[in-house]
Design a binder for this molecule. Structure first.
Ligand code: OGA
Ligand code: NI
Length: 341
């Protein structure tokens, strides 16, 4: 069977290798939508309401672990063009996409399906993923696709704009946490990764997932969803649907922000369910620390009454522990917790 599902045509029934064991299936249950996702109006952060917006972001990061942002500064045209460029890319001929196919995490621009363990896993997730690095642009753009013809131009501008947006959010978080100016700049947000999920229509969404439940291991994530629903977040033990709002970005603090905030922030579990009728394309942008920078609870966020929860570690150390623990966030974080004295 062709590995990349974006090359399949007209799927009428579930291929057996995508049917999960019964205890892992999402089931037929209709999941309620999350009604009260905190929405941040970023325009207001530049005016008299700045302190209020900062408090909203800090509260959402503590209680919900994610929020959506409107008036984020990236134009609607650019957002739409970006989604359509990726839809065109996934629709390119199989031979063209094959030139990017790789399961090697060290290959900086690659397409693959399900997980990087495709050939070893017991069942497959219902997705193709295309991913590459983006910053600094001039170091990476040569490895990006040349087709569709506007790929490099549109995605180049998009990556620069989204980076500015995420750095603005990080700066508001920094101010809200009382950390020194520039705290998240440079090494802690050095790597920018684009990760695009594409799910074709699925004959039976009750039997499979488009992405496993997980927490994002990076510093911070941004998701730009097309109009087709699928993202779910675990809140108070219940899976809730995140209804796409095409003009908004979803922001999720990653596990490194949870550590730096000394567990003030939550980094919620989320997953993706599939859709019977429509294909879904979601663009994720992740800011990730450089491999060797030291990550630890910020000095301003602990004292004798509230000691640091984690010891210092490097992102390289964290990421290899995270993958060796099967991407289980609680297990991985547990390895870096300080022993109580
Ligand atoms: C991710 C992620 C969700 C989505 O890429 O980490 O959670 O909706 N994506 O594709
Ligand atoms: Ni995620």
């Amino acid at each position: 069977m062709e590995v990349l599902m974006s090359n399949w045509s007209d799927v009428q029934s579930m291929p057996e290798s995508y049917v999960f064991p019964p205890d892992k299936r999402p089931g037929k249950h209709i999941f309620p939508d999350c009604k009260d996702i905190p929405t941040i109006d970023l325009d207001k952060a530049e005016g008299l309401n700045r302190a209020e917006i900062i408090q909203q972001i800090i509260k959402a990061s503590q209680e919900f672990g994610f929020f959506q942002v409107i008036n984020h500064g990236v134009s609607e045209n650019l957002m739409e063009d970006t989604i359509s460029v990726f839809q065109e890319f996934f629709g390119m001929p199989a031979e063209y996409k094959a030139s990017f196919y790789s399961n090697d995490i060290n290959q900086s621009c690659r397409i693959y399906s399900s997980t990087l363990n495709y050939h070893k896993e017991d069942f497959h997730y219902w997705r193709d993923n295309f991913t590459h690095r983006c910053h600094p642009l001039e170091d990476h753009i040569q490895s990006w696709p040349e087709k569709p013809p506007r790929y490099r131009e549109v995605i180049g501008i998009y990556c620069v704009e989204v980076r500015k947006f995420l750095l603005r959010i990080l700066d508001l978080i920094r101010e809200g946490l009382g950390l020194e100016s520039g705290y998240f700049e440079d090494e802690l947000s050095k790597i920018q990764l684009l990760s695009v999920n594409h799910h074709i229509p699925c004959p039976d969404p009750s039997l499979t997932l488009g992405m496993p439940e997980h927490c994002d291991p990076n510093l911070i994530s941004m998701l730009h969803q097309c109009a087709v629903p699928g993202l779910q977040v675990l809140k108070d033990g219940q899976w809730l649907g995140v209804e796409p709002q095409p003009d908004a970005f979803i922001v999720i603090p990653g596990l490194q922000l949870k550590v730096i905030s000394n567990d003030l922030f939550t980094s919620p579990k989320h997953r993706v369910i599939t859709h019977t009728k429509e294909a879904r394309t979601t663009i994720g942008t992740f800011l990730i620390p450089s491999s060797d920078v030291s990550i630890e609870p910020a000095r301003a966020l602990f004292d004798t009454g509230n000691p640091p929860v984690y010891r210092a570690f490097t992102y390289k150390e964290f990421f290899s522990t995270f993958t060796s623990k099967g991407c289980d966030a609680a297990n991985a974080l547990g390895c870096f917790k300080k022993k109580l004295e």
